[in-house]
Design a protein around this ligand. Structure first.
Ligand code: GDP
Ligand code: MG
Length: 447
């Protein structure tokens, strides 16, 4: 698997201090093979690897990170971006009924997904959907949708007297209009293989119904074949999104990456089981983890972040020791503290009895006050000029400057002055300390 391969690559890269072209090429070779094994389309892999290489080479080397960690982070970020960034939603218009056309090969999961999406839209988006099956070729197909409709409590338009898909769709549309349904989901026929007749019919349905979404249901288990048919459906009728079904199986999800980059349309839903609630929104980072081999990568990413934070902490500490600590650094430090989460947690991490006589157990009110003070302090520092942040005495000397900062941050002048006093006190304390701790500088806040 990729994570094993990565581990091996990480080993060979360990101990190096810089990303060289040779390292990247070696790491990319493994990643390339793993992607192909995950059933990602060859052309997509090639393009992906090129993009990652380019980014890795152009990037500044972070002092605190190993080259391998950097490569992994770049690979992960790139994959998330390629998969489409954030989760993509269905956007409705005011023109009801909004039509969603479901297309795909036979057995891909169209009918099941139609039910799942209707249920999802009714529950999560407060829509009022009507269902219709225009799969007139297999007698059981329409019954299947009726059974699903009953199970999820969504009405199904039925008319056993017609075998014309277009007429059926038109009638369902009128019915939805008349009875005030705001959404119409149209389940279509599939074929085992793409043929002209089916494509013509789907194209007609599309131009007749003018759907807001034409969703291609792709069976994740069939990998490359799903990619090929998605591409062909897209060329023939134009898709707006993809439902990736059967991701509860052991498919690695490589199809997601391929389909996304081949047709350039977002994956909107992921099917994760046969039940009608087994539907998820598509989260690129989750799929990227899955393609790359799950948790390993995530923990690496976390470690990368931690290392970046640690490097920043060391830098700030160094400035304190050199007595070059400015308001700008103070703000950076506050941001670090903010990132660590609640101050409660931070204080809880300190061993008991560390500071005898000082009660570190705070009430929720005290914690809230502290959080507010952090925010206010940041707002005040944000309103200073760069020059003032670098030399706090400018503000200490001139009232008009203090007034301007107060106005800019929406705080009373008194608060600006308090902050300046605390900051000067802190700097004096630092000077007295031979060794400053990361949080020593926050003395002013705790006082
Ligand atoms: P259609 O021919 O495209 O309409 O496909 P169906 O909706 O009839 O589904 C074909 C088969 O796949 C059925 O047995 C479904 O229960 C199953 N199926 C659909 N979606 C999923 C899914 O997300 N996970 C699993 N495990 N099975 C699914
Ligand atoms: Mg069906």
């Amino acid at each position: 698997t990729l994570s094993e391969k990565l581990k091996k690559t990480l080993k060979t890269l360990r101990g190096e201090s810089k990303l060289t072209e040779a390292h990247i090429t070696a790491a990319m070779g493994d990643i390339r093979i793993a992607l192909l094994e995950a059933d990602v389309n060859y052309g997509v892999v090639k393009q992906f690897v090129e993009r990652v290489k380019e980014k890795a080479l152009g990037q500044e080397v972070w002092q605190s990170l190993s080259p391998a960690q950097q490569v992994v982070k770049i690979v992960f970020d790139e994959m998330v971006e390629l998969l489409g960034g954030d989760a993509s939603e269905v956007t409705f218009t005011a023109h009801n009924p909004n039509v969603i056309l479901m297309v795909g090969l036979q057995g891909s999961g169209k009918t099941t997904s139609t039910g799942k999406i209707a249920r999802f839209l009714a529950q999560q988006r407060k829509r009022h959907p009507l269902l219709v099956s225009v799969d007139v070729y297999r007698p059981a197909a329409r019954d299947q949708l009726s059974v699903i409709g009953k199970a999820i409590g969504v009405p199904v338009y039925e008319d056993a007297t017609t075998n014309d898909p277009l007429a059926l769709a038109r009638a369902a549309y009128r019915d939805a209009q008349l009875r005030g349904f705001d959404t119409l989901l149209v389940d279509t026929a599939g074929r085992l293989h793409i043929d002209d007749e089916l494509m013509t019919e789907l194209a007609q349905l599309k131009s007749e119904l003018n759907p807001i979404e034409t969703l291609f249901v792709a069976d994740a288990m069939i990998g490359q074949d799903a990619v090929r048919s998605a591409t062909e459906f897209h060329e023939r009728i134009g898709l707006t999104g993809v439902v990736l079904s059967k991701m509860d199986g052991d498919a690695r999800g490589g199809a997601a990456l391929s389909i996304r980059s081949m047709i350039g349309q977002p994956i909107k839903f992921v099917g994760v089981g046969e039940k009608y609630d087994a539907l998820e929104s598509f989260y690129p980072d989750r799929i990227a983890q899955r393609i790359l081999g799950m948790g390993d990568v995530l923990s690496l990413i976390e470690k990368v972040q931690q290392e970046v934070d640690e490097a920043e902490a060391v830098r700030l500490q160094q400035r304190m020791l050199e007595n070059r600590f400015t308001l700008e650094d103070y703000r950076a430090q506050l941001r670090q503290v903010g990132k660590l989460g609640s101050l409660d947690k931070l204080l809880g991490m300190l061993p008991d009895g560390l500071l005898p006589g000082l009660n570190l157990r705070m009430t929720p009110q005290q914690t809230q006050m502290m959080q507010r003070k952090l925010k206010e302090t940041e707002a005040i520092i944000n309103s200073m000029t760069k020059q003032e942040r670098e030399d706090h005495t400018l503000l200490a000397k001139t009232l008009s400057r203090r007034k301007r900062v107060a106005r800019g941050s929406g705080m009373p002048v008194r608060k600006v002055e308090e902050l300046l006093n605390e900051f000067s006190m802190m700097r004096r304390m630092m000077q007295q300390m031979t060794r400053g701790g990361l949080f020593g500088g926050l003395g002013g806040l705790f006082g």
